[in-house]
Design a protein around this ligand. Structure first.
Ligand SMILES: NC(=O)c1ccc[n+]([C@@H]2O[C@H](COP(=O)([O-])OP(=O)(O)OC[C@H]3O[C@@H](n4cnc5c(N)ncnc54)[C@H](O)[C@@H]3O)[C@@H](O)[C@H]2O)c1
Length: 263
């Protein structure tokens, strides 16, 4: 029996088959969930159409999270497709490319605003709309974070600040949502080569380093995140909320990085 049998999941953030959200959607489908997908704009929409077909999604809708009007319009469409959502996956982040090229010290006001708006506020905006379709159910929300929220990861810059705010948002929303019987958690994923990751200069070195020094001595893939997402969004995790679960081959537990590993 699938762990998500009978559940309807809204999955945002698939840009292509490398996207973390694609790994999550695949795992959700395997576990019996029905999917509704959203994408940022028309250009991406054309690319994910075949993915939506492959995943047998109930629908695949455009939703630019920088606009309240666009979010409302999409949720109106969703309400026509289903009277209930059980799961929402927020797998969205963005900061202008130049913010990864100069030191955090020189972050622009506009770059900061955009990063916080798209990568953090959008979680609140989606949650506000989704709970209207969760009345009488125990909804589960999930977002994606990264270790740069906790420690300095050179060149992750304003996105590290945004991820720290995102993890805090998860805790505050857990408090508000708990009263309604809903849960919200984050997965802090290890580095994965995706479109968003390509914006960060030296990303391949970051991946190599993580693989070399993590306790398990390897990297992770999008299905690892998907499998953890299944658990967090299933009824097996009914008393887990406000949590940040690391899916990073253990990298976050390391203090001193031992490059001369003699294990
Ligand atoms: N790749 C990694 O190494 C890594 C590690 C930890 C966490 N994450 C996080 O995982 C999440 C997914 O990123 P990914 O790595 O799969 O990359 P990705 O590029 O595949 O996904 C990012 C998604 O955000 C969407 N997006 C950007 N602006 C948007 C907007 N205005 N409206 C709607 N959607 C918008 C993009 O269209 C894209 O689908 C992000 O929150 C990212 O920070 C990534």
């Amino acid at each position: 029996m699938g762990l998500l049998n009978g559940k309807i999941a809204l999955v945002t953030g698939i840009a292509n088959k490398n996207s973390i959200a694609y790994g999550i959607a695949q795992a959700f489908k395997r576990e019996g969930a029905k999917l509704i997908l959203t994408y940022a704009n028309e250009k991406i929409g054309k690319k994910i159409d075949p993915i939506a077909k492959e995943l047998e999604a109930l629908d695949c809708l455009e939703m630019d999270v920088s606009s309240d009007t666009a979010i409302d319009k999409t949720f109106e469409r969703i309400a026509q497709i289903t009277d209930r959502i059980d799961i929402v996956v927020h797998s969205i982040a963005f900061a202008p490319a130049e913010e990864f090229k100069r030191p955090t010290l020189y972050t622009s006001r506009e770059g900061f605003k955009i990063a916080m708006d798209i990568s953090v506020y959008s979680l609140i905006a989606l949650t506000q709309r989704a709970i209207k379709l969760m009345e009488g159910t125990s909804g589960a929300f999930l977002t994606l974070s990264y270790y740069g929220a906790e420690k300095v990861v050179p060149r992750y810059n304003v996105m590290g600040i945004a991820k720290a705010a995102l993890e805090s948002t998860v805790r505050y929303l857990a408090y508000d949502l708990g009263k309604k019987g809903h849960r919200i958690n984050a997965i802090s994923a290890g580095p994965v080569k995706t479109l968003a990751a390509r914006a960060i200069s030296g990303f391949h070195l970051l991946m190599k380093h993580t693989m070399e020094v993590s306790p398990l001595g390897r990297g992770i893939d999008i299905l690892d995140v998907g499998n953890a997402a299944v658990f967090l969004c299933s009824d097996w995790a009914k008393n887990i909320t406000g949590e940040v679960l690391h899916v990073d081959a253990g990298y976050h537990v390391m203090g001193v990085m031992d490059k001369e590993d003699s294990r």
